[in-house]
Design a protein around this ligand. Structure first.
Ligand SMILES: Cc1cc2nc3c(=O)[nH]c(=O)nc-3n(C[C@H](O)[C@H](O)[C@H](O)COP(=O)(O)OP(=O)(O)OC[C@H]3O[C@@H](n4cnc5c(N)ncnc54)[C@H](O)[C@@H]3O)c2cc1C
Length: 300
């Protein structure tokens, strides 16, 4: 199959680009591994609302026309908004088409997908921050041994997938979501869910066995480690990273260990700061003035 431009991803960025190309009569397709607005359908949770107000959540040529410009969209509303946008611009989306790699050729690129390959002159990567990096890294060739656009070797090094369900943590709403990109990378990663009860039990067991107090996040990793097959545990060194101090979760952890957690000096100093709240207009200059007022108050 051949076209001028292949856009990878039917989220905000890919659809906005589709509209811009259509305006210039540039022939293109939008390849999407799931449905339009896939990230919002599969990598968010029901109670989430946008943190950007309606008036600000817009796409090229498509703004908010409702009666609540200062409201915040729910997830179904966000999906609807993006789907309506795709419809209004008649975006040429090919859904359920997973792009595996992008290979440079003399006259453009070969885009390899699980539904056939595309030849094109230009490619727009709009697959989200992590997936875009992954595609670049997957696109290795003799000319680009580290992957396309990665002569620095830095592509993908500093990314965190904020809702990646490959992380060993327990987010019930993310359980059982479909797996994407069966390109081998997932095969190197394993996910395990830890229930709230198991987390509580782990905090208690760790305290009993070692006197160490784990925060709930650390307890997730400790429980995963505890549940590894004995041989796998013994075969290599394991590192559990404690990402938070248990004093942050005193109301959860203290009843479990039956004692109080000593607050570290730095956290104690923060907690000693006077608390202050005031309502301000959602404008940068108002925020700056309020912050300056606050810091002057403290230095006095
Ligand atoms: C929890 C959360 C809350 C957020 N809240 C807000 C908010 O309130 N306001 C705001 O402005 N922004 C918010 N964002 C940020 C917003 O989601 C992103 O900025 C936006 O989605 C980026 O759009 P995008 O098109 O670049 O990527 P995405 O929306 O992620 O779209 C990428 C698309 O590419 C597809 N894709 C990926 N890999 C492939 C592949 N190999 N082959 C084919 N298709 C592929 C995906 O399925 C997806 O549909 C939030 C993000 C998160 C995680």
């Amino acid at each position: 199959m051949r076209t001028t431009t292949v856009i990878i991803g039917a989220g905000h960025a890919g659809l906005a680009m589709s509209r811009c190309l259509a305006e210039r009569s540039i022939d293109h397709v939008v390849l999407e591994r799931g449905e339009i607005a896939n990230s919002w359908r599969t990598e968010r949770w029901d109670s989430l609302r946008l943190l950007t107000p309606n008036w600000q959540s817009r796409l090229p040529g498509f703004g908010y026309e409702g009666e609540d410009p200062d409201g915040f969209r729910t997830m179904p509303e966000t999906v609807d908004f993006i789907v309506c946008y795709a419809r209004s611009i008649a975006a040429p989306v090919r859904a359920h088409t997973n792009v595996m790699s992008v290979r440079p050729r003399d006259d453009g690129y070969l885009v390899v997908t699980d539904r056939g390959d595309w030849n094109c002159r230009t490619v727009v990567l709009a697959a989200g921050a992590c997936e875009t990096a992954r595609l670049l890294l997957n696109s290795k060739s003799g000319r680009f041994p580290n992957g396309v656009a990665n002569s620095s070797g830095q592509v993908g090094r500093n990314l965190t997938d904020s809702v990646g369900f490959t992380v060993s943590g327990h987010v019930p709403a993310l359980e059982g979501l479909p797996r994407h990109n069966a390109d081998g990378v997932r095969g190197c990663v394993r996910a395990q869910a830890v229930s709230d009860d198991a987390i509580r039990d782990e905090i208690a067991s760790t305290f009993r066995e070692s006197g160490r107090i784990a925060c709930p996040h650390t307890a997730v990793a400790l429980r995963v480690l505890r549940e590894l097959p004995a041989q796998e545990r013994a075969d290599r060194e394991w590192v559990v990273v404690a990402t938070a101090h248990p004093a942050k979760f005193d109301t959860v952890v203290e009843p479990i260990i039956g004692g109080t957690i000593a607050v570290p000096d730095t956290l104690a100093a923060l907690l000693d700061q006077p608390a202050h709240a005031e309502l301000i207009d959602a404008r940068l200059d108002v925020l700056v003035t309020a912050l300056k007022r606050g810091s002057q108050g403290r230095s006095r």
